[in-house]
Design a protein around this ligand. Structure first.
Ligand code: PMV
Length: 327
């Protein structure tokens, strides 16, 4: 029996300028640029072994055997890696997250980045982070950003640009900020991101205005990051979040991820700002609110959010490192 094995560790990320909308669905290219922060300690660890005695790919996610759509998405990535490496062996994949799926942080970003990195290394492909980022992007666009640590940008894609990858804007030590996640509800979300984006593009009168506004918002977020100017970044981040959600809400049927707790948490962030704390909120395709602040204020922000009615718990993250690979 011949074996080749590798393990990858990648971190979750949170978009500071949001990606929502695709310019090329088969290649999964984003219609807008996005900027994210890679988060420590929220990580996925994935081990891939290509084994000559396996008849089909075996995948376990958080110790549960995968089946249906999640299994198909993993096999699609493995097929791409096998085609590139010129191998046909099936794989055993074991993947686990150290943060719960219902935590308000997407596990698909770190999950697909770890799968692409571990399977490429196990198949004997030389490490090339731009290629890993481009392949991760095809599985889940936000995953392209989890290959790199710190502050990361994924440009908008021109249709046909199969090699589009994320790039590092600044390393994790560039700026001592924190993300405090206010977890507001348990359970999986109703509408996944791809379905939601298609619905918006086809039915929301605000889809085009959202796409047109996103370049300027991303420029302001980038300047805020590079100049370590939290107010500049935060204002654009809040507008990016609310513009994305306005676009979602105006689709038919309306896509409303908000819950009463969402408004309460957004209000708590605003109230902290009135007290002089530099803190700004963002949200993804779910009800949870994530607050960006200076590390020195993180405890105060976490305790104010934890004391907000309907908030279940909080998690605090710092800028995280690049992908780690072990063979
Ligand atoms: O990469 P996906 O398909 O999971 O989409 C992510 C979309 C948002 O989380 C709402 C925004 C983002 O840029 O991460």
């Amino acid at each position: 029996m011949s074996t080749s094995e590798a393990t990858a560790i990648t971190r979750a990320n949170i978009a500071l300028a949001k990606y929502w909308g695709k310019s090329d669905v088969p290649l999964n290219l984003p219609a807008v640029p996005s900027i994210s922060l890679t988060l420590d300690p929220m990580c996925t660890q994935t081990t891939v072994s290509f084994l000559s005695d396996l008849e089909q790919d075996e995948v376990s996610l958080d110790d549960q055997p995968a089946s249906g759509r999640p299994l198909q998405r993993v096999v699609k990535v493995l097929d791409q890696v096998r085609a590139l490496a010129g191998i046909s062996r099936r794989a055993r994949v074991r993947s686990g997250n150290n943060f719960p799926t219902a935590s308000g942080l997407a596990s698909s970003a770190s999950g697909f980045a770890a799968l692409v990195a571990a399977s490429s290394a196990a198949a004997g492909l030389p490490r090339d982070d731009d290629r890993l980022s481009a392949m991760s992007r095809q599985a889940s666009a936000s995953a392209a950003r989890s290959i790199y640590g710190g502050f990361v940008e994924l440009p908008a894609g021109t249709p046909g640009d199969a090699d589009l990858c994320a790039r590092r804007l600044a390393p994790p030590e560039h700026w001592d900020v924190c993300i405090v996640v206010a977890v507001l509800a348990e359970g999986p979300k109703d509408v996944g991101s791809t379905e939601g984006m298609t619905l918006c593009e086809q039915t929301s009168p605000y889809y085009r205005p959202w796409i047109e506004a996103s370049d300027a918002l991303t420029d302001q977020v980038r300047e805020g990051v590079l100049q370590r100017d939290l107010s500049k970044l935060g204002e654009a981040m809040e507008q990016s979040t609310l513009a994305m959600h306005a676009c979602m809400m105006a689709s038919r049927p309306g896509l409303l991820y908000w819950q009463p707790a969402t408004l309460a948490a957004l209000g708590a962030v605003k109230a902290l700002r009135k007290q002089g704390i530099e803190v700004y909120s963002t949200m993804d395709a779910g009800p949870h609110v994530k607050a960006l602040c200076h590390a020195r204020d993180a405890e105060r922000v976490a305790s104010a959010l934890a004391d907000t009615p309907l908030v279940l718990r909080t998690l605090t993250a710092r800028p995280g490192p690049d992908l780690e690979l072990r063979q």
